[in-house]
Design a protein around this ligand. Structure first.
Ligand SMILES: C[S@@+](CC[C@H](N)C(=O)[O-])C[C@H]1O[C@@H](n2cnc3c(N)ncnc32)[C@H](O)[C@@H]1O
Length: 358
C-alpha cells in the first residue's frame, strides 16, 4: 500500500518535493534549530519551513471551515485544545524554536552511555512538533519517545507523520490518555518530561496539573519548560504601546517601558512542585504583593508570564502569545496601599486568583 506521503509525490496537484528531498530538508532544518549558535531570531525562517513541511504531509484537515474549538475537551484539570489549535501552535515561531531547542539541550544533558535517553512528551498534538526535529537528528539508540495526547485524532495524525518520515523506531508508545492522571510504567521512567499544555499566566490549560503528576513519578527528570513564572507589575500602556515612528520602521528599536515591578507571585518549577507534593486541596499557594500608596493615574496593573524553557533559552515579554501582559481577573482598579494575596486555582478552570486582604 502506498502511504499518503507517496501519494503526495505522485499526485499532479501536489507541488511538494520528492520524499527524500523533504526528509533531507527536515534534517537540515532540525540541525539548524539545534545548533546552539543560532538564535531564536535566526531560526524564524527555519520554523516557518518546518511548519510548512508538517502541514503539507499531515492528515489533519486544516481548512478555514474547520472550527478551532471543534474537538477540544474540558478535563477536570483544564481545557485540552483541539487538534487544529494544537497544530496551529507551530506557527508561533519564537515559542516553537525555543521549545525545540530546549528539548534538544535537555536530551543532550541527559545522555547516557548505556541506553537511549527516554523522553515523555505530554500533549504531543498532531505534529509532535517539539520532538520531531530530534528524531531527524538523533538515532533511536540515542533517544526514544513516549507520546501522549488526550485526542485520538492527534495521535492518528502524529503516528502517520512519524511513520512516513521513517521515525517509528524512535517511538516507544503512543498513549491516548489524560496526562494529568497518567501512571508512568516503572520500567520507563523518563529522563526528560516535555509538555506545552499551557496558556498565558498558566490559565485555562492543564500544564500545572500535568507537571505535578508526571514529575512526582520521575523526580529526577529534566522538565521542559524548566520554570514558568507570573509577576505583577504596573505599566504605562501609552509608553508600552506607543506607535512606531514610520521613519524607524524595519529597524530594531529598544522598547521604551515605564513599569513598576511589584513581585513574582507564582512559579511552576521542580522545586515548588516538590513543595506542593502533599497538597490535596484545589488550590496552590502563591505570594502577595502590595500596591504602592500613591499610584499615578497613568499606570495599569498587569500580570507578566516568563518562561525558562531550558537553561538560557527563555521566552520573555511579547515573545509569544504565552508572554502577553494580562489584566488581573475581574479587571479591578486600586486606590493604593492594598495587599493582594494570590493563589493558584486547580480544577477545570485553572488559573491565578487573588483577594484583597487589608
Ligand atoms: C497547546 S497544544 C501544544 C501542541 C504541541 N505540543 C506544541 O507545542 O506545538 C496542547 C496539546 O496537549 C494536549 N493536551 C492538553 N491537555 C492534555 C492532557 N491532560 N492529557 C493529554 N493531552 C493533553 C492537547 O490535546 C493538545 O494536543
Amino acid at each position: 500500500m502506498t502511504s499518503p506521503l507517496e501519494h503526495a509525490i505522485f499526485e499532479q496537484n501536489d507541488p511538494g518535493m520528492p520524499k527524500e528531498q523533504d526528509l533531507e530538508k527536515l534534517k537540515d532544518i532540525s540541525r539548524d534549530i539545534l545548533e546552539p549558535k543560532n538564535t531564536l531570531v535566526d531560526l524564524i525562517p527555519r520554523i516557518v519551513e518546518l511548519k510548512d513541511l508538517l502541514e503539507k504531509y499531515t492528515l489533519l484537515k486544516m481548512t478555514p471551515e474547520v472550527s478551532l474549538t471543534e474537538g477540544r475537551t474540558l478535563l477536570d484539570s483544564g481545557m485540552a485544545v483541539s487538534p487544529l489549535v494544537a497544530a496551529i501552535c507551530a506557527r508561533e515561531v519564537f515559542r516553537s524554536a525555543a521549545f525545540i531547542k530546549g528539548v534538544g539541550a535537555a536530551v543532550q544533558d541527559a545522555a547516557h552511555n548505556d541506553r537511549p535517553v527516554r523522553v515523555l512528551y505530554a500533549g504531543c498534538g498532531p505534529f509532535a512538533l517539539l520532538v520531531l526535529p530530534l528524531m531527524a537528528v538523533f538515532s533511536p539508540q540515542q533517544v526514544v519517545f513516549t507520546l501522549i495526547d488526550i485526542h485520538p485524532e492527534s495521535l492518528r495524525c502524529v503516528r502517520h507523520l512519524i511513520d512516513d518520515f521513517g521515525f517509528s523506531g524512535h517511538v516507544v508508545e503512543y498513549v491516548c490518555a489524560d496526562a494529568s492522571r497518567y501512571e508512568i510504567p516503572p520500567d520507563s521512567i523518563p529522563d526528560v518530561i516535555v509538555s506545552e499544555t499551557m496558556n498565558v499566566c498558566l490559565g485555562k490549560e492543564p500544564q500545572v496539573s500535568i507537571a505535578r503528576r508526571l514529575l512526582a513519578q520521575a523526580p529526577n527528570a529534566r522538565m521542559v519548560p524548566e520554570a514558568v513564572s507570573v509577576e505583577v507589575c504596573l505599566l504605562d500602556p501609552l509608553k508600552e504601546f506607543a506607535p512606531i515612528d514610520p521613519a524607524q520602521e524595519g529597524q530594531f528599536i529598544e522598547p521604551v517601558r515605564d513599569r513598576i515591578y511589584l513581585g513574582k507571585v507564582f512559579e511552576l518549577d521542580a522545586q515548588n512542585i516538590k513543595r506542593w507534593a502533599d497538597i490535596t486541596e484545589d488550590s496552590l499557594p502563591a505570594a502577595s504583593v502590595t500596591v504602592p500608596d500613591s499610584v499615578l493615574q497613568r499606570y495599569q496593573m498587569r500580570l507578566l508570564t516568563r518562561i525558562v524553557v531550558y537553561g538560557k533559552i527563555r521566552l520573555d515579554d511579547y515573545d509569544s502569545s504565552l508572554n502577553l501582559p494580562q489584566r488581573l481577573p475581574g479587571k479591578p482598579t486600586f486606590a493604593g496601599g492594598e495587599i493582594l494575596q494570590f493563589h493558584y486555582k486547580l480544577g477545570a478552570y485553572p488559573g491565578l486568583d487573588f483577594e484583597v486582604v487589608n
